[in-house]
Design a protein around this ligand. Structure first.
Ligand code: ADP
Length: 478
């Protein structure tokens, strides 16, 4: 496959000739070496996107929709290949990777449709000879920075609404997963992507980020990643008042009330917590279980967790792959050791997996802890790993207070059969997305995003295109 950047419609090596290895987290082997660019390549890509904006922003919505539909079709046709590439560099099981590729492709289709519904307004004027027209116009060149946990769909979720709105884009994927990005761009090229409309730069994150921040041709930065980097980008964007969308960390509460359907809650938790090895920003990080059912819940959960098949994502039947790298594994283990040292009960897991098939990979055993308290690190920080910390509570009031006791506000979940409680709790949880008797939130038609320090803006849904549009009002006198 291709291993270079994609700038102005051409596959491009780094000027320095530098390349960077991509590692398979399941066995530590080098999968490929890809071009390692920096500021100069970012500048060229931005210039190309800016040139292309002149024509792309003037195309009809139908034309843009047509390209997005072709991109969607080709991504779906290539789903097996794209999924295999993702598993090799990211680790998630093949079927899960394929699910991501197809879901990611859905954004291309959804925004092909939405591009035709970017309506303006005609506002009642103040004078007889006046008309007030409100247009919605593309913001301009967008710089998109994406993470490694969803290497395909986080690109399409930004790129699709940006292109649909008439913007042009420069994408910088995470250094851990550049191949998924390259493979997507190979498909986009086949689909007939016009020169410069979408560009891909790879290499030194800070240098590329600096160019995105300082180049006045970039009107908007759309970022998904850690809260620390998001805050830095927001702060630095102030210098040129760039528009910023941020999709940052979460610390999701998952509340199981005493009247819940416990089997359903466990089923939901298994999907939510162990998908992608717990490396998602919306996975349950604090599982509040009513004290009257806490022990039974723990026992039932542990039996499910112990039966999870962990291994290389290319092996059939594997349900959880490796973590992305050693630093990720170290952080997960630190959280577990800290909790156990402060009195948490370890039901299962609690260490990296050993044995022949796990030898050179970053495999951590799926872990269940109970008796977790506010003294423990895991109570306050996002673990980003396969650890389920159970925290007992006694009243609804207490559950809500604990759930909201965090600077994050991305996703929350609760399970109950009581309708009045459903409405009470949903009203009071300070979260952008709430799953009620449901643990899956990513749907193309729904607005994904967080409150508080979890971010700014929404991706997906009808709302997801708004972040790529500016308002221009015309006051016409005649
Ligand atoms: P993680 O710690 O999970 O890797 P990051 O926030 O560091 O999360 O990474 C998310 C994305 O942000 C990646 O594409 C990464 O390369 C990029 N990134 C990291 N630091 C910077 C920076 N200073 N400027 C621009 N992008 C950055």
């Amino acid at each position: 496959m291709e291993t270079r950047m994609y700038i102005d419609g051409a596959w491009t090596e780094a000027k320095s000739g530098l390349r960077c290895a991509v590692t398979n987290p399941a066995n530590g082997e080098t999968v490929a070496e890809v071009a390692y660019g920096g500021r100069e390549e970012a500048r060229e890509a931005i210039a190309a996107a800016h040139r292309a904006f002149g024509t792309w922003s003037r195309t009809s919505a139908d034309e843009r929709a047509e390209l997005l539909r072709t991109m969607h079709r080709l991504v779906v046709e290539n789903a097996d290949r794209l999924a295999r590439i993702m598993t090799l560099e990211q680790g998630k099981p093949f079927e899960e990777a394929k699910g991501e590729v197809v879901w990611g492709a859905d954004f291309l289709q959804w925004y092909a449709e939405e591009s035709r519904r970017v309506y303006g307004e005609i506002v009642p004027p103040s004078k007889e000879t006046q008309r007030i027209l409100v247009h919605r116009v593309p913001v301009g060149v967008v710089a998109a920075i994406t993470p490694w946990n969803f290497p395909s769909s986080m690109i399409t979720r930004k790129l699709a609404p940006a292109l649909a709105a008439g913007c042009t884009v420069v994408v910088k994927p995470a250094p851990e997963t550049p191949l998924s990005a390259i493979a997507l761009f190979e498909v986009f090229e086949q689909a007939g992507l016009p020169k410069g409309v979408a560009n891909l730069v790879l290499g030194e994150a800070e240098a590329i980020g600096r160019e995105f921040l300082e180049n006045p041709l970039v009107q908007k930065i759309s970022f998904t990643g850690s809260t620390a980097v998001g805050k830095y980008l927001l702060e630095q964007s102030a210098k040129q008042v760039k528009k910023v969308s941020l999709e940052l960390g979460g610390h999701a509460p998952f509340i199981v009330f005493e009247d819940a359907d416990v089997d359903r809650a466990i089923e939901g938790l298994m999907i939510n917590k162990f998908q992608n090895g717990g490396q998602t920003c919306i996975c349950a990080n604090r599982i509040f279980v009513h004290e009257s059912i806490a022990d039974d819940f723990a026992r039932a959960l542990v039996s499910r967790v112990q039966s999870l098949k962990v291994g290389s994502g290319m092996e059939p039947g594997v349900q959880m792959g490796p973590l992305i790298h050693e630093q990720a594994l170290d952080k997960v283990h630190r959280h577990v050791v800290d909790a156990v040292s402060k009195g948490a009960r370890l039901w299962c897991g609690g260490d990296r997996l050993k044995g022949d098939s796990y030898q050179s990979g970053c495999f951590y055993a799926p872990t269940v802890l109970s008796g977790v308290t506010s003294e423990m690190q895991i109570f306050h920080e996002e673990t980003f790993g396969p650890v389920a910390p159970l925290i007992p509570f006694s009243t609804e009031e207490e559950a809500i207070r604990l759930a909201n006791d965090t600077p994050y506000g991305l996703a929350a979940y609760f399970y109950t059969r009581d309708l009045a409680r459903t409405m009470r709790v949903a009203d009071r949880l300070e979260y952008g997305m709430i799953g009620i008797n449901e643990s899956v939130l990513g749907y193309v038609q729904a607005p994904f995003g967080g409150m508080k320090q979890s971010g700014i803006g929404r991706e997906g849904g009808r709302q997801g295109i708004d972040d790529f549009l500016e308002i221009k009002y015309l006051n016409v006198n005649f």
